[in-house]
Design a protein around this ligand. Structure first.
Ligand code: PMV
Length: 346
């Protein structure tokens, strides 16, 4: 190394997000183009912190550590992504990168971390580019576009509160290539919505999302699904704007059930819920009937249950979780999360 070599470090934290209208199925129209638009809430507690130390070198080099340890599986995924981005970030060809990544949420909590980790990594790359080129800021639309190429849902993590990804008539400016922020479009009740994540199982996913998306290519209900998803986008957008919790609950729960129903109808088929997932859902229905509290659930492609509820009901719902639902959680574990402010430089 000589004195003129470029070197430095950047650090970003980025949150995970939970989809309300689900992205499930990739379009053959391009790389990571969704078959239907999706809407998500940005979380605050479940996030990844990533630091990248870079040093000019005669070739590309990558040293990756997750939670202080080497992780060959993540290393390969990140190396492949960085190599695919070399035409976009030409400085990568001659950089030695030391990447350290850490999740704030418990390791093996069954919570997919690709959205938070890939968006954090992309923000670090754009920050390095900013330093190398002397540009003034980071374009979040570009961050979302590149994050999408690493992991579809990651493109929704770069904005605070809520995001929409996918072209739809419901939103001017929406795109299949990047997400747009819904922060200024949603009613205040959704900006502080709670998401308590009930860990039914901490096992690795039975089907990767890549394989899951591919199953939609031959799913007999695919065309109907994309039509319904588009309608749900329009209806949910209206509910998010007006603060209509009843419509919000109906659409959100229907989307979770559809995602799982699609997997059950795939070939091969998968049942990703566990008996305790259903026990939680049924106990929740009963609680909602008895109390009239607007609390609902959504599910990712796994058995864990996300309970969504307004801030003003937090005390009652958390008491309900502790009294009635903790018993169905793996080792009694749940993560109290809430809609949050999006990524930041650390
Ligand atoms: O971003 P991917 O490829 O991991 O797919 C995400 C798929 C779901 O989490 C099931 C739904 C979604 O929209 O986040």
């Amino acid at each position: 190394m000589n004195e003129t070599n470029l070197h430095g470090g950047v650090k970003w934290q980025s949150p995970s997000n939970i989809a309300l209208v689900k992205y499930w199925g990739k379009s053959p129209k391009g790389v990571q183009i969704p078959q239907n638009p999706s809407i998500s809430l940005t979380l605050s507690q479940c996030r990844t912190e990533t630091s990248v130390f870079y040093e000019e070198s005669d070739r590309f080099g990558l040293h990756f550590r997750f939670d202080g340890k080497e992780n060959p599986e993540f290393q390969t995924k990140i190396a492949d992504f960085l190599k695919s981005q070399m035409p976009r970030f030409s400085f990568l060809n001659k950089m030695d990168l030391h990447i350290e990544s850490h999740n704030s949420f418990p390791h093996s909590s069954g919570i997919a971390s690709s959205a938070s980790s890939m968006s954090a990594l992309v923000l670090c790359l754009l920050d390095i580019e900013r330093m190398v080129t002397g540009a003034s800021g980071i374009d979040m639309k570009e961050a979302s576009r590149i994050a999408r190429l690493a992991s579809g849902s990651a493109c929704r993590s770069v904005f605070p509160k809520s995001s929409l990804w996918g072209l739809t008539e419901a939103f001017a400016g929406s795109s299949d290539e990047y997400a747009v922020s819904l922060e200024n479009e949603i009613h205040p009740v959704f900006k502080t919505l709670h998401d308590s994540i009930l860990i039914v199982s901490d096992a690795k996913k039975a089907v990767s999302s890549r394989a899951g998306h591919a199953l939609m290519d031959t799913n007999p209900y695919a065309t109907t699904r994309y039509t319904v998803a588009n309608r749900n986008i329009a209806d949910l957008s209206a509910a998010l704007r007006s603060g209509d919790l009843e419509a919000f609950i109906k659409i959100t729960e229907s989307e979770a059930m559809q995602l799982h129903a699609l997997m059950m109808c795939s070939n091969p088929s998968f049942i990703l819920m566990k008996p305790n997932t259903l026990r939680i859902v049924n106990t929740l229905y009963e609680f909602r009937r008895e109390t009239d509290i607007p609390v609902c659930f959504t599910l990712d492609a796994g058995p864990n249950v996300h309970l969504l509820y307004p801030d003003q009901h937090a005390e009652m719902v958390e008491r309900f979780i502790m009294d009635e639902l903790e018993r169905y959680c793996h080792e009694g574990r749940w993560i109290p999360d809430q809609v949050g402010d999006g990524p930041s430089r650390c």
